[in-house]
Design a protein around this ligand. Structure first.
Ligand SMILES: [Zn+2]
Length: 460
C-alpha cells in the first residue's frame, strides 16, 4: 500500500508536457506514475488542476537580518504558501567555510520546513584556494562572485560578521584567476555572478546626486541598465573563453537580453541567466517606493517586456526572488531612498506573479514557466531529477496550481516575518493551492499544515 495517491490531476511529466496520470508516493518519493487508482493511506483529488514539481528558489538570503533558525522557521512557511519546496540560501563570511557551514546546516535543519542548499561567496584568498575542496566536501555547487561591494558601498553589507569587510568586489583579473583555476582543475561548479559595473554606477550617480525627490526612478537611473549589460558581456566572454559555467543572478535589464541575443558568442549551455519577478511584473511606478529598493534596481515597462521575450526565446533560464526579509526598521522605512537597505522578501508571490503576468496576460505556455521556476533550476543546481521532476524515484515535492484562483496579495497571507510586500493590494489570477514536501502536505488552501524541522540539507 502506498502512503499517498494524487489523482485526477494534469501532471507535469519529465518530458515537459502535461498528462492525465496519478502519482503514487511512498516514503517521501514518487514510486509509481499510473493510470489506475492503487490503494493508498491518503488520497488527494487534484480535480483536474495542474500538478507540478515544487518550485525551487535558488536565490534567497535567510539569516541576513534575522537569526538563522528563526528565519528558516518563518520564511520556509512563506515558501510553502508560494508552492516552493526547495531553496538555495546565499552565505558569505570571511572565515573558512569548513568552520562556518556545518553549524549553519544544523541550525537551518532545526526549523526548516523544506529542503535547502547553500551557495557560497568567494570573497577571500582562502576561499579562492579552497573552493575546489568546498565543492567536494561541503556539497556546494554554486559559488557567488561579486563585481560590486567595495569599501565605498560597504554600508550595504554591514551584517553577519562582515562588518569589517574590506571588499567583496573582484576585478577582471580576479575573475580570470578564478575561472582559470576552475578550468584547470575541472571543478564541476557554477559561478553565480552579481554583474553591475561599479565605475558606471559611480558616474551615473554623480550626474543625478542633487536631484530632489529621489524615488525608484532616480535609483534606477543611478544604476543604469548598461552597467549590468557591460559586465555580463565581459564576464560571459571570459567564461566562454575558459569553458566554465557562468550564471548571472537577478538579471534586470532589457539591454542585457538584447546583447546576448545579438551575440552568438555570449550564448551557450555554460552561460546562464536568472531573473526575478521584480524585473518581470513591476516597474519604477511601484507604489511601495523605497520599500521596493533592490539591486539591480526595478526598471521600466520596456525592460519587463524584453525580459519576457527572453523567457520565450530561451535566453532566460531560471526565476529566483533574491528573497531577503526585513523589518520596517531594518529596511530603513521612512528614510530617503539612498539611505534605505536593498532587498525584500517576496518569494511567496513568485508563482502567482509568473502565472498572472506570464500565463494569463502574455500567454506564455505553462510548460515554459514550470521549467523556469523548477526544472531548469534543478538541473543547474545539481539536484535533478531528485527535485524539479515528477518521475519515479524523484522526491515527492509537489505543488498543485489552481489557474483560476484569484486573490489579492497582502502581507498578511504570505506568512513571512516581513510586515510588508511590494505587491500589496495587487489582484492576481493563478495560485498554488497545495504544497507537498517529500510526500507530506505542508500547505493547503493558503494554510500551513507542515511541521518545522522537516527540511534537510541538500549536499550536491
Ligand atoms: Zn541576492
Amino acid at each position: 500500500m502506498y502512503d499517498l495517491l494524487i489523482k485526477n490531476g494534469l501532471v507535469f511529466m519529465p518530458d515537459c508536457r502535461f498528462d492525465k496520470v496519478n502519482l503514487a508516493i511512498k516514503d517521501g518519493k514518487i514510486v509509481a506514475v499510473v493510470q489506475d487508482e492503487p490503494q493508498a493511506a491518503k488520497v488527494i483529488d487534484a480535480k483536474g488542476r495542474h500538478v507540478v514539481p515544487g518550485a525551487i528558489d535558488p536565490h534567497v538570503h535567510l539569516g541576513f537580518s534575522n537569526p538563522y533558525a528563526e528565519d528558516f522557521r518563518t520564511e520556509t512557511r512563506s515558501a510553502a504558501i508560494g508552492g516552493i519546496t526547495t531553496i538555495f540560501n546565499y552565505y558569505r563570511n570571511r572565515r573558512d567555510y569548513y568552520e562556518t557551514i556545518p553549524p549553519l546546516i544544523k541550525e537551518a535543519e532545526s526549523t526548516s520546513m523544506i529542503d535547502f542548499g547553500f551557495n557560497l561567496g568567494i570573497i577571500t584568498r582562502e576561499h579562492f584556494d579552497k573552493f575546489p575542496q568546498y565543492r567536494k566536501d561541503l556539497g556546494v555547487k554554486n559559488f557567488k562572485l561579486y563585481t560590486i561591494y567595495s569599501r565605498i558601498v560597504d554600508s550595504f553589507f554591514a551584517y553577519d560578521g562582515v562588518k569589517d569587510c574590506e571588499s567583496l568586489q573582484l576585478d577582471t583579473g580576479d575573475f580570470m584567476a578564478i575561472f582559470e583555476r576552475a578550468a584547470e582543475q575541472n571543478v564541476d561548479c557554477v559561478f553565480n555572478i552579481h554583474a553591475e559595473n561599479v565605475d558606471m554606477i559611480r558616474e551615473a550617480t554623480r550626474k543625478i546626486k542633487d536631484v530632489p525627490n529621489k524615488g525608484l526612478d532616480w535609483f534606477a537611473q543611478s544604476r543604469p541598465d548598461i552597467a549590468e549589460t557591460q559586465e555580463v558581456i565581459s564576464l560571459f566572454y571570459l567564461a566562454r573563453h575558459f569553458g566554465v559555467n557562468a550564471y548571472i543572478v537577478h538579471t534586470s535589464a532589457g539591454t542585457t537580453i538584447k546583447a546576448i541575443e545579438d551575440n552568438p558568442y555570449l550564448q551557450g549551455d555554460n552561460l546562464m541567466i536568472e531573473t526575478c519577478p521584480q524585473y518581470l511584473a513591476t516597474t519604477v511606478e511601484n507604489p511601495s517606493g523605497g520599500l521596493a529598493k533592490v539591486i539591480p534596481p526595478i526598471r521600466y515597462q520596456k525592460d519587463n517586456d524584453i525580459m519576457w521575450e527572453g523567457i520565450e526565446k530561451g535566453i532566460v533560464d531560471t526565476l529566483a526572488s533574491d528573497n531577503a526579509p526585513y523589518t520596517l526598521e531594518g529596511k530603513g522605512y521612512g528614510k530617503p531612498i539612498d539611505e534605505m537597505k536593498v532587498g525584500f522578501a517576496s518569494y511567496a508571490t513568485n508563482y502567482t506573479l509568473l502565472l498572472d503576468e506570464g500565463y494569463q496576460k502574455r500567454g506564455v505556455p505553462l510548460e515554459k514557466l514550470v521549467q523556469l521556476i523548477s526544472t531548469n533550476t534543478a538541473k543547474i543546481y545539481g539536484v535533478y531529477p531528485q527535485k524539479g521532476c515528477l518521475g519515479v524515484g524523484s522526491d515527492a515535492d509537489i505543488a498543485i496550481l489552481d489557474l483560476d484562483k484569484e486573490q489579492v496579495i497582502t502581507a498578511g497571507i504570505l506568512e513571512s516575518s516581513q510586515p510588508f510586500t511590494i505587491y500589496e493590494g495587487r489582484r492576481t489570477k493563478g495560485w498554488p493551492v497545495m504544497t507537498i514536501s517529500k510526500g507530506q502536505v505542508i500547505m493547503e488552501d493558503g494554510k500551513i499544515v507542515g511541521k518545522a524541522g522537516t527540511g534537510r540539507y541538500l549536499a550536491r
